[in-house]
Design a protein around this ligand. Structure first.
Ligand code: ADP
Length: 363
């Protein structure tokens, strides 16, 4: 694999007109506050936009320049990379950028300076690597079952690939597990190879908090930026009908994210929140140098023993940051009003441009 060379990126950055930096991203996911925040910090902004999806970006006026593409993945064509470099662009990655551009393209052929640690994106995308980051930091995660025969309590069964929880199911005995697997196979939802890769973990009965952090590599500090909880179809719709009807209807549940609610945690839990944030940053620094850099998110469930249990992480800005485009309760404490995750990223870039340290935050 011809990995993107960090020295080459730094030499591209060296050639940039530092008075005329453009913050750019792909038009999806969290691009509204990434670009809005960049403007607030005085940068020019550019959006790589798929034809037919430009309306929100035009109506909200977040982008100075539009690079229109037929499909999102065209962001990696030589021509578009050239356009971005000519704008002195620093690209801010987000979940859709990685999904649409393709992880391998981002790692191997996207020769445009990016904010964050490019190499860590694979670690959040692959379940085993993600687990290594969490266990390396001794962070509480759901217990994992290697064998369905060992199921001795409620478990959640997940399948490979980003399916938005489609087809995930809950079971409490090996018999129930087998019955549900057979019924999914009969419906054609899964194949034998999926069964072999089924991931079985403790079902955490608790409340959902997705915690958004920003690790400043310049200040070596983890900041708590905000929290959201997920609004997922069909599960959040199903709970609005009486239990009796739920049983009768035999609807299959899924966890497809459709939106987010802002939320705060009880104050006594914040010690744990900072503790797991610090631990993840330390674990990442050891395992995938230079480690975490900028936004990251831990998706957690808090049970009635008040344990914060992490079931998934993102190593870049997460969709739930859209709940605090004008600041959260937590950014209010540190910054006063108006600090979004996007703005925090641009603040970091601005600081590095002024005081030095770009090589620590650009990859
Ligand atoms: P995907 O990455 O495919 O979207 P997730 O791992 O985020 O799937 O899980 C989807 C949803 O399932 C979560 O938002 C949460 O509501 C629920 N969930 C995930 N893991 C557990 C667990 N161990 N216990 C209880 N609920 C869980």
């Amino acid at each position: 694999m011809g990995k993107v060379n960090k020295d080459e990126i730094l030499s591209i950055l060296d050639g940039y007109d530092k008075e005329n930096i453009t913050i750019a991203t792909l038009g999806s996911h969290t691009s509204l506050h990434i670009l809005n925040g960049a403007k607030e910090e005085g940068f020019k902004t550019a959006i790589v936009c798929e034809e037919g999806r430009e309306i929100p970006y035009k109506r909200f006026g977040v982008a100075d320049e539009f690079i229109m593409v037929k499909k999102f993945e065209d962001i990696v064509t030589e021509e578009n990379q050239e356009k971005l470099r000519n704008m002195n662009a620093i690209v801010v990655p987000h979940g859709s950028f990685v999904a649409y551009a393709g992880l391998e393209n981002v790692e191997d052929k996207f020769n445009v300076p990016m904010f964050g640690n490019r190499d860590i994106l694979r670690w959040e995308a692959e379940r085993d690597l993600e687990r290594k980051l969490l266990t390396g930091g001794k962070i509480r995660i759901p217990y994992k079952y290697d064998n369905p025969e060992d199921i001795d309590r409620a478990v959640m069964v997940k399948f490979p690939g980003a399916r938005g929880g489609r087809g995930y199911f809950v079971a409490s005995t090996p018999e129930e597990f087998n019955k549900k697997i057979e019924s999914m196979k009969a419906r054609g939802w899964i194949e034998d190879e999926d069964v072999a890769q089924a991931h079985i973990e403790e079902y955490v009965s608790g409340c959902n908090y997705c915690i958004h952090y920003f690790y400043s590599a310049l200040d070596d500090e983890v900041e708590l930026m905000g929290m959201d909880s997920r609004y997922e179809s069909s599960i959040d719709g199903i709970v609005r009908i009486p239990a009796k009807d739920q049983l009768e209807l035999d609807i299959s549940t899924s966890y497809v994210i459709t939106g987010n609610h802002p939320v705060v945690m009880r104050e006594s839990l914040l010690t744990q929140v900072f503790d797991i944030g610090d631990k993840l940053v330390k674990s990442a620094a050891k395992q995938i140098a230079p480690g975490m850099n900028g936004p990251f998110c831990m998706q957690t469930l808090v049970n009635d023993d008040l344990e914060v249990i992490v079931f998934e992480i993102s190593a870049r800005t997460d969709g739930g940051t859209n709940t605090f485009m004008n600041g959260s309760s937590y950014t209010y404490l540190k910054y006063g009003t108006g600090m979004s995750m996007g703005r925090r990223i641009s603040l970091e870039i601005k600081k590095a441009l002024k005081d030095g340290g770009l090589e620590k935050i650009i990859t």
